[in-house]
Design a protein around this ligand. Structure first.
Ligand code: ATP
Length: 231
């Protein structure tokens, strides 16, 4: 996530417990089942009757309806416009995805999240009013390329294009040295936030603590400085 998404996530109501998901492909189903397991009420819809009945049979959601989301009247009748947040999970049918997004925004839904399947699709969704666009295949591809080229980085949280928080395996060069000895701030401009120990993270670790091969550390700083680490 980046700073441009901040406004969207800040605007979401904390007391909202209901979501509507349009499209029950792999992505839509994973959104539905996760929300459902987390205890939220989910209305799932799809044009395909079988996908709707499967969602109910598998107890993926509490409510599911068959409807064509390119029809504004069908969305209105199903009560979709009353939702605070609607997820449009139609990635492979661009025309249907765009028309649905337009319909849902014109119906007055304040928070519309849409799935894109290409860069042009992403731009079109934003043009017709989507409040937040996700592009899971692109994001997963970027993450895979990063983990293949920097296998020591276990997790990465991008704060903005230039700054990140990363969890990484302690480099061999750091093994047996104390945090103070390493002088990460002076040498790399990085701040050490946590060190793993016995499967748990210790936050604000003691500077006299030794780092060990095989454990993990969490640092925050500029990407160019993170890239200078001996990993
Ligand atoms: P994948 O499953 O390949 O990962 P995806 O999750 O983006 O991709 P799609 O293949 O785009 O899913 O399918 C989304 C769902 O949207 C399908 O189940 C399809 O039946 C449904 N759908 C397509 N057009 C409409 C429409 N007009 N109204 C409602 N649902 C629709």
């Amino acid at each position: 996530m980046n700073l441009s998404s901040l406004g969207f996530f800040r605007s979401l109501r904390k007391d909202n417990h209901q979501f509507a998901v349009i499209g029950l492909g792999r992505f839509g189903r994973s959104v539905c089942s996760t929300l459902h397991k987390l205890g939220y009420q989910v209305l799932a819809t799809d044009i395909d009757e079988k996908r709707v009945s499967d969602a109910l049979t598998e107890q993926m959601v509490g409510h599911a309806l068959q409807l064509d989301s390119t029809e504004p009247a069908a969305l209105k009748e199903a009560g979709i416009f009353e939702f605070d947040t609607v997820i449009i999970a139609i990635g492979n049918y661009i025309q249907e995805s765009i028309i649905t997004t337009l319909n849902v925004k014109e119906g007055g839904v304040p928070h519309v999240v849409a799935k894109a399947s290409s860069e042009v699709h992403r731009k079109l969704l934003l043009r017709v009013g989507a409040d937040h666009v996700v592009f899971p295949e692109f994001e997963a591809g970027c993450a895979l390329a990063r983990s293949l080229t920097k296998p020591s980085i276990l997790e990465r949280f991008d704060l903005d294009p230039d700054h990140s928080i990363v969890e990484l395996i302690v480099p061999d060069e750091f093994h047996g040295k104390t945090i103070a000895e390493l002088q990460l701030r002076n040498r790399y401009g990085l701040n050490l936030l946590a060190v793993s120990h016995d499967g748990k993270f210790q936050i604000n670790p003691n500077p006299n603590q030794y780092l060990e091969r095989g454990s993990a550390i969490v640092v925050i700083g500029c990407n160019k400085d993170i890239n200078r680490l001996p990993i």
